[in-house]
Ligand binder design. Structure first.
Ligand SMILES: Nc1ncnc2c1ncn2[C@@H]1O[C@H](COP(=O)(O)OP(=O)(O)O[C@H]2O[C@H](CO)[C@@H](O)[C@H](O)[C@H]2O)[C@@H](O)[C@H]1O
Length: 838
């Protein structure tokens, strides 16, 4: 008997148990038909390859070598290798190169087993030796006394009036130049960022000024041309430029690290404008340099709708759909004289992620990085997304800025590309390491992907200084970074170790979002020096794993260093604190509980909306709304059946599955339930890519049940949209699901979800109650085939025999507000908490 609500503990314990056990292919279906015993052992058994990116014994040593402990000691789900997947939205061809073992989607790997010893207590508050690091250059011990002094360097401007602050390289005479503020070009988001009251601006400025005045009184006059008292400019040193001794020598002449009003007060902040102007007046005139490829702002001409290939229909416009996602368009806000929704909480926000839709997406992280920033911008924040440039993205142009950063012992050049879309600055970090990875963004060995992420985080943390979006860099005051998953967990660490520990970037905060803690960025302790962090930071990384032993863990360090943390649902946050759900980091999560927030993702109302969905505008599909649900869905269903070569029948329930093919998504549970499924009068379509054994399973089922089953192996955004619209039921038997987006998309499209009640699935799909006529779908409390079958059985019964109840389910699902605007408001609360946190 299905119990609609079970305790989370039981979900987890059971999910975890099933993770540990081999798949049982003989789970007795409740409504088994004649061919219930259809053998599942036809398809190849899961390969027992080493888990990608797993904990690597220190002694495994040699570069490129994977987990030396083998798979047998790890839990089953954890053991399953997660193959890399293609990336480009909608057109990513899968590549498999047998010569290079894929690492996995998240590169460096699944966390280890279920039994964990307590990780070391976080010690970020412990007194630490103040080893000065100036842009990653360690200053020797005897120079410690000057640690707090700002390095005097090195700013040149691209053009005198561009407002950009760029550091010069290979330039003999370096000087600091205060850059005059220029009015933002039309179309830039500068207006939004400066027009809003900046609550901490005033207070920060006062604070800094007061402090500055006091210190300045005591401080000897700097000898260099540091006439512009701008701490962030002063504080910035080109890493590869003048190292160690030089910097120390220069810096020792100054004792005014934070005396100055900060660049952001000059560049970004309205209340500080006057002061900024005064400072500018006093500042020496910028040298006239030959103009480099200056950032001309072309963003205004960029049309997102054109880019994604649709124009809203007149009907949609009339219905005020644009406003349906809450805050209205960015333009609306610009014209809205009542000020930004965020009010005095307006901030500069930089979202840093390894993928971002529509440029590069392998899963939900890409969706979030593409949509959350726009929602934050609609609230009035000045928002930037920083993402690697894996391919040649047409809408982004080269800013002509070159920087060098050290990663894994190598000096690597990065360039910055920029686009301004929907009120958001998108900055693409270009480097040879990222180029040509579009179809394989998490590919390569563990060391390779870790090196990419080290470089990415180092470059990203300095973007607010170097990249003049709309002519004006963000600056480091009133600034918060939102890092995502292990790939960017190093960002909060670099922010602290390189800057905040040394009195720089004092008004910058970091938030780390946990989308999936099963991937943590683990490596042997002896690879820690690759990160280029001070030695004493190692303690924040070290984690003991009973299976893999001691290792260095990026996610662990990021969780400790971030000012605030977000888990992508409240249910997931609860699970993270359990042994089964924390994947070895549960103790760290518990210890940092005070700063962890659970926020369910939203959905992009332009991208995932049946009324305007561009993928429903051809091949017989159609857009539809709640009003036209019956006809619209019928048409989409028929088109999907036709496109997939299934019999076109409206009366047969069409079931769908979309997802990465790995242990998390529970696709093998569908496999276990297959004998029962094909015994019913149903059709089933599954779309996914990932583990090769699971891909083969999909293909095998299609081959075996041609009349009923389709297994589409690949990554196809259009097909994901069409399946979401065309099917009646979406199954998600995920073993764990931090949030889950597909069930949200399904409900928005009038498709009824049947889900394993874990994490975000449990939070977002309330179980159907036929008596109260409430609920949004069916849930089952254990990731097991017979539980799925039971829930699916009830679902199909309702579909066939209780059409009114079915219609009610669809209507309730479509009427939910899943917009990002609500989630963005909750994120804003977290950003504000971080901002006032010291
Ligand atoms: N073969 C395919 N072809 C086309 N599109 C495909 C596809 N396979 C998956 N997708 C798309 O990728 C996205 C996957 O979303 P999920 O929420 O399942 O994310 P994922 O588990 O990757 O991410 C993690 O992060 C997200 C975001 O926080 C959490 O919701 C989630 O629980 C967590 O595991 C959806 O947009 C889906 O349509």
């Amino acid at each position: 008997m299905l119990s609609a609500v079970a305790s989370p503990a039981s979900f987890l314990a059971l999910a975890s148990a099933s993770r540990r056990q081999p798949r049982v292919s003989t789970a007795p279906p409740l409504h088994a038909g004649a061919n219930r015993c259809l053998a599942l052992h036809h398809w190849p058994p899961p390969q027992r390859t080493a888990r990608d990116g797993a904990v690597v014994r220190a002694e495994a040593g040699a570069a490129g070598k994977k987990d030396a402990r083998g798979d047998d000691a790890a839990p089953a789900a954890a053991r399953q290798p997660r193959l890399r997947r293609g990336g480009a939205a909608g057109k990513v061809a899968k590549r498999r190169d047998p010569a290079v073992r894929p690492v996995d989607r998240y590169g460096s790997g699944d966390a280890a087993g279920t039994a964990h010893q307590s990780p070391p207590t976080p010690r970020q508050d412990a007194p630490q030796p103040r080893v000065p690091i100036l842009n990653g250059v360690l200053v020797s011990g005897e120079d410690k006394s000057i640690v707090t002094a700002p390095p005097t360097k090195i700013v040149k401007v691209p053009t005198p009036d561009s407002g950009a602050i760029l550091t010069a390289r290979n330039k003999a005479a370096e000087s600091i130049v205060l850059v005059k503020k220029t009015p933002p070009p039309s179309g830039s988001n500068f207006a939004s960022s400066v027009s809003a009251p900046r609550s901490n601006t005033a207070s920060n400025v006062e604070l800094v000024e007061k402090k500055g005045a006091e210190i300045a009184k005591e401080a000897p006059k700097p000898k260099s041309s540091v006439s512009a008292p701008r701490s962030d400019i002063v504080g910035h040193v080109e890493p590869a430029e003048k190292k160690g001794a030089d910097i120390v020598k220069e810096a020792s002449k100054l004792k005014t690290p934070v005396t100055a009003p900060r660049s952001d007060t000059v560049n970004n902040l309205e209340p500080a404008e006057k002061k900024g102007a005064d400072i500018v007046k006093e500042a020496p005139k910028p040298k006239t340099l030959p103009p480099p490829a200056a950032p001309t702002v072309q963003e205004a001409a960029w049309d997102f709708k054109k880019y994604i290939g649709f124009e809203e229909s007149a009907e949609v416009k009339d219905n005020g759909l644009a406003a349906a996602d809450g805050a209205g368009s960015f333009e609306d806000h610009q014209n809205n004289h009542s000020g930004p929704l965020a009010g005095e909480n307006v901030m500069n926000v930089i979202v840093v992620a390894a993928e971002c839709s529509p440029w590069c997406k392998t899963g939900g992280l890409g969706d979030v990085a593409g949509a959350l920033p726009k929602a934050l911008a609609r609230r009035g924040h000045r928002v930037m997304v920083v993402v690697p440039r894996y391919g040649d993205y047409q809408e982004a142009y080269d800013l002509g800025i070159r920087k060098y950063y050290k990663a894994a012992g190598q000096d690597l050049e990065v360039n910055y590309f920029h686009a301004y879309i929907d009120g958001v600055d998108f900055v693409f970090i270009d480097a040879p390491l990222f180029r040509h990875r579009q179809g394989d963004i998490y590919g390569g060995s563990r060391q390779e992907i870790m090196k990419r992420m080290i470089l990415f985080c180092k470059a990203a943390v300095e973007v607010p200084w170097h990249v003049p979006c709309g002519g004006v860099p963000y600056g480091d005051g009133n600034l918060v970074f939102i890092a995502n998953d292990w790939h960017t967990a190093l960002l909060p660490v670099y922010l602290k170790a390189y800057y905040r520990d040394h009195g720089l970037m004092q008004y910058t905060r970091s938030v780390l979002v946990i989308h999936n803690i099963a991937h943590q960025g683990r490596g042997p302790v002896d690879e820690f020096p690759f990160t280029d962090l001070p030695e004493h930071y190692l303690e924040h990384f070290k984690l003991y794993d009973p299976v893999g032993g001691e290792h260095a863990n990026y996610f662990a360090a990021g969780l400790k260093m971030a000012d605030q943390v977000v888990a992508v649902s409240r249910g997931y946050l609860w699970e993270l604190k359990t042994v089964e759900g924390g994947w070895g980091l549960h103790d760290i999560i518990r210890q940092n509980d005070w700063k962890i927030n659970g926020i369910v993702n939203g959905i992009d109302n332009k991208e995932w909306n049946p009324e305007v969905d561009v993928h429903l505008q051809s091949d017989g599909y159609t857009n539809y709304s709640l009003r036209t649900l019956d006809a619209g869905k019928r048409q989409c269903k028929a088109s999907l059946q036709r496109e997939l070569g299934l019999q076109v029948r409206d009366d047969v329930p069409l079931i769908g599955f979309i997802g990465r093919l790995d242990g998390q998504k529970g696709v093998e549970i569908i496999g276990d339930a297959m004998p029962w499924i094909v015994s019913q009068d149903v059709q089933l379509v599954m779309l996914g890519t990932g583990r090769s054994d699971l891909e083969q399973m999909l293909q095998h089922f299609e081959w075996q049940h041609k009349d009923k089953v389709r297994g589409w192996v690949g990554f196809s955004v259009p097909m994901a949209h069409r399946i979401t619209a065309g099917v009646d039921v979406l199954v998600m038997p995920s073993r764990f699901e931090p949030c889950g987006l597909n069930q949200l998309y399904a409900m928005a499209y009038g498709t009824v979800p049947v889900v394993h009640a874990v994490g975000g699935l449990r939070d977002t799909v309330s179980p159907f109650d036929p008596f109260g006529d409430s609920g949004l779908g069916w849930t089952f409390d254990r990731a097991e085939a017979h539980k799925l079958i039971e829930a699916l059985g009830h679902c199909l019964d309702t579909y066939r025999n209780y059409r009114e109840s079915w219609r009610g389910l669809q209507q309730r699902g479509m009427s939910q507000d899943f917009s990002w605007d609500h989630a963005a408001q909750l994120y804003e609360d977290v950003l504000v908490k971080a901002k006032y946190q010291w």
